[in-house]
Design a protein. Sequence first.
Length: 283
Amino acid sequence: MTAIAQPATTRRKEGFSAFEIFVFTLVIALLVIAVFGPFLAPDSIYNSDIANSLMPPSAANWFGTDDQGRDVFWRLIVGAQTTLLSAFLVVTLYSLIGVTLATVAAAGPRWLDEGLMRITDIGLALPGMIVALGFAAAMGASLRSAIIAMAITGWPITARMLRGIMRQTMEQPFVAGAQVLGVSKWRLMTKHVLPNSLDVLIVKWAGDIGTTVLVLASLSFIGVGAQPPSAEWGATIAAARGYVSTAWWTVVAPGAAVAITSIAFGLLGDIIQVRRDPSLRGN
């Protein structure tokens, strides 16, 4: 018992590095902007002002204006809520699907486990981006279609990974003790095995947010995700791609927002992973 508890104590006493604090601060800032930013945005960003279209960055418009004369900075702030909320929704949906299937597979009879895992393997073999593109196009170009398509195609990795972890957890002594006490298999899985297997999923969930932001922006850029005049970052880039040479700020600003957000959440997932398993920390 002492040998197991000691590493956790050591990790709790270990302080955060400057880099980790920077990443945490950046992620928190993005979340705060997504939650509160739209309430601060002026109403004028929703209205066209052709006379001031494609104005370069200035004191009045920090990131310039787009082809409709709308402030790019405030469009990014408003778009942060749409983009991040959509990414959180996608990851939550396919995580729920993956957790449900993994639990049923691990708790069910062998034939059911084998059947669900073969279906999962088929899903893993298919190129996720291409399949999501097909589903989104079939359902009609919209942000809702992109979210549903990504939720449908994103669960296999979660299901396969969590099922393996749950199988390993079932070999732990506390599981054998619960079985001796007569705890039903389903209750054992949902009350004991699953909660003790979710820490790895939390790491994956954090990192997947960044990837999902990038994929959602890509789907919107090619025309099957969010549609103009949505302030979603991918749709903003798509609407401004014709002005790359004459008004670079209309593309660079939302592109940088996508890149920074994707990298920030990816680094957050890596940090959580290292904190969970210090053996991964470089010397």
